[in-house]
Design a protein around this ligand. Structure first.
Ligand code: IVH
Length: 682
């Protein structure tokens, strides 16, 4: 290689490295954490750029290039299964020209044999493969990385549209492939419920479907009302595919429908590119009226006999392609910004927009997330904003339509005081959001804390919904959560709000007995119910298990709190600040006097580990990490996330972080294996 070409290639090397790292990160978040950091469109743009660079300069391709794999990584907590037939993905494109090229190439390769295409919807969900033997569902596996996936049979069995036993005639041994989707109505109902329970809502139905399939408890999955759309029948090679039922993709799907699969009816056999384009154009508009999400159209050669002739490329068949829809986008005028105050005081700016129709719904409002978001988009007063609706159900602001920018427009000035109580806002270091620090008397924070306290996963006081709480609040009966336990029957009777009947004797009794019942709610849920910022259900559980009682928790310093597994700086500060507030301390005292559970119930199996502090790291053979942590606590030990002078043992599995190992060695902490741990319990 001479000097010039070396210099020429150098900038591309850097770009290939950059793209590889970025796409791997996005893939990891998407497949492992159900989080999309970029839109599908942006992701595909990056991937295509990398593919073409690697094609041009094959020597630059890295060994961990995302172009070498079909999909993502595999979730460790499920049994992993190797697919009998690899789950390929499809070549995909946003460009009609490329669909035209695909069609022309296919025609050229096939030559004189008459053939057709099937066009069908590209369901926006999670791909799975279902193995049926002798008509019985025996296994369900996610795509995983295309070669190895997660065994999610127990969860799949809970999905109504997955037949457990087939009807009529069926091949003796085959795999039904399809997509698990979350229909919009069920998804919205589920998200609403999550919000009521104080949980973060899912960003879109696909993430929710994926999260649901990975639930450890299949009964929970059953509640989610997922749907399976079958789109492919995979047969072992020895099966004679010339039988009329099997000779074409459309015949296979029709047959599958008779077996009891849900095969969507929106399939069209197309003879030429015009018909394909018609199908694409129709669904680009009509997709807004479907009860579930699609992100494109899949075009397949219909005659199975031709598949072998056309063959495969490295990762996808040559007889099929996916056309992906661009996210729908409009521009509309920003009228004003509301600053909403959440339960924990966090401020969320929300854009009030001139109503505009987008993908079948009218958009009036959209979140602006936080001050950084507004600044990064450089939004000015009176701007026109670009609103997009992609796979997300909720419209997103994606930029400013500069063609409408007024010459004298000023950048948006973010609020400085709480719009509800006038307290100057604060912003914790390293945090994107501002919040109102007045947790004691800022009305939405007070109301939010009351609502959170009674919610199902907290104290579960069923007869108190948000309307009643608002009514009690407006009548001055409750200001903080301890006030619930001082409510008297005569205060409640006759109380009514507009549009609801006044509370009668029986209603008052029901409320009081539900409140009474909450005195038995376990300590870990009491900690959660207090509504400490950043302390969710899991965090509350960890705090409760670690400190065992409220006095120890209230007395904990920042450093003590940091010892708790999964509790980081921000949460530790929030917990310390919460209990430093005299009002919150007095509320806790009143709750204690009211008889709430202020310490852990005895659940221990043994006391072998009393007084010992463990740090758990790596992957174990016989237990999941959570199981090992639970076991430590059940035997009287404590689990901490970081190694310090207080650590008694580092329990080390495979692939443990090198930093932890170094620190343990430096501090002289004893390192033990899984089996040495088991010996300690004997
Ligand atoms: S056919 C070998 N049909 O899109 C053929 N796929 O990259 C395999 N998908 O992984 C796929 N709707 O998860 C096919 N009607 C449909 C589909 C579909 C959604 C997904 C599938 C696949 C990806 C394509």
């Amino acid at each position: 290689m001479d000097l010039f070409s070396y210099q020429d290639i150098e900038p591309f090397r850097q770009r290939v490295e950059e793209l590889t790292a970025l796409i791997n990160k996005y893939n990891h978040e998407y497949y492992m954490n159900d989080t999309s950091l970029v839109s599908d469109y942006e992701f595909d743009q990056l991937l295509n750029e990398l593919i073409s660079l690697e094609k041009q300069y094959p020597e630059l391709a890295l060994s961990n290039s995302p172009t070498k794999r079909v999909g993502g990584e595999v979730n460790k907590s499920f049994r992993q299964v190797t697919h009998r037939f690899p789950m390929l993905s499809l070549g995909n494109t946003y460009s009609i020209e490329e669909i035209e090229e695909f069609e022309a190439r296919t025609r050229r390769l096939i030559g004189d044999t008459p053939f057709t295409y099937t066009c069908e919807l590209k369901y926006d969900g999670v791909a799975i493969g279902l193995t049926y033997r002798h008509g019985e569902l025996v296994q369900a596996v996610t795509r995983g990385n295309g070669t190895v996936g997660d065994d999610i049979t127990a969860n799949a069995r809970t999905i109504g549209t997955i037949p457990l036993r087939l009807q009529g005639d069926y091949p003796d041994d085959f795999e039904a492939r399809g997509e698990v989707v979350y229909p919009f109505d069920a998804f919205e109902a589920y998200n609403a419920q999550r919000e009521q329970e104080g949980l973060e809502p899912f960003a879109n139905p696909r993430n929710a479907a994926s999260g649901s399939l990975k639930l450890q408890n299949s009964a929970e999955c059953a509640k989610r009302k997922l749907m399976f759309c079958m789109y492919f029948m995979m047969l072992p090679p020895e099966v004679d595919s010339s039988a009329p039922n099997l000779a074409s993709h459309s015949a296979r799907l029709n047959w599958a429908r008779q077996m009891g699969f849900k095969v969507q009816p929106y399939i069209k056999e197309c003879a030429n590119i015009q018909e394909i384009k018609q199908f694409i154009d129709y669904w680009d508009v009509e997709r807004g009226n479907l009860p579930f999400g699609i992100d494109g159209i899949v075009i397949k050669v219909n005659q199975v006999a031709l598949w072998e002739q056309l063959g495969l490329t490295a990762k996808s068949p040559r007889w099929a392609i996916a056309y992906k829809f661009k996210a729908q986008q409009v521009s509309t005028h920003l009228e004003s910004i509301d600053y909403q105050v959440g339960r924990t005081g966090v401020i969320t700016p929300v854009a009030n927009l001139v109503p505009v129709s987008l993908g079948g719904t009218v958009v009036r409002r959209a979140t602006l997330n936080n001050a950084d978001f507004i600044r990064s988009m450089d939004i000015h007063d009176d701007d026109w904003l670009l609103v997009e609706k992609g796979g997300e159900i909720i419209p997103k602001i994606v930029g400013v339509d500069m063609s409408h920018r007024k010459p004298d427009a000023q950048p948006v000035r973010y609020v400085e005081v709480c719009p509800e109580c006038g307290t100057p806002l604060v912003r914790a270091e390293g945090e994107a959001g501002h919040y109102c620090p007045n947790q004691d008397t800022c009305p939405p924070q007070q109301l939010g804390r009351l609502e959170h306290f009674v919610s199902r996963r907290a104290m579960n006081i069923e007869s108190l919904g948000s309307e009643r709480i608002k009514m009690f609040y407006d009548n001055g009966l409750v200001r903080n959560v301890a006030d619930f336990y001082d409510l008297r029957r005569e205060q409640l009777i006759g109380l009514g709000a507009e549009g609801s009947a006044p509370i009668q004797d029986k209603g008052a009794d029901n409320i009081l007995s539900a409140i009474d019942l909450s005195r038995k709610v376990p300590f870990e849920r009491v900690v959660f119910a207090l509504g400490i910022r950043y302390v969710g259900e899991v965090g509350a559980k960890k705090l409760a298990h670690y400190f065992k009682n409220i006095d120890a928790l209230m007395a904990a310093t920042r450093d003590d709190l940091l010892q708790v597994d999964d509790i980081g700086d921000v949460t530790a500060d929030a917990v310390a600040a919460f209990f430093a507030d005299p009002l919150m301390r007095s509320v806790v005292e009143r709750l204690r006097t009211a008889g709430l559970q202020m310490h852990m119930a005895e659940t221990s199996v043994g006391s072998q580990l009393n007084g010992l502090v463990f740090v758990v790291s790596g992957v174990f053979e016989r237990y999941s990490r959570d199981e090992i942590k639970a076991s430590i606590e059940q035997h009287g030990g404590k689990v901490s996330s970081s190694i310090s002078g207080k650590t008694s043992y580092l329990l080390a599995g495979d692939n443990m972080g090198p930093e932890k190992l170094k620190k343990a060695e430096k501090l002289g902490v004893t390192i033990i294996s899984e089996s040495e741990y088991e010996d300690m319990l004997k």
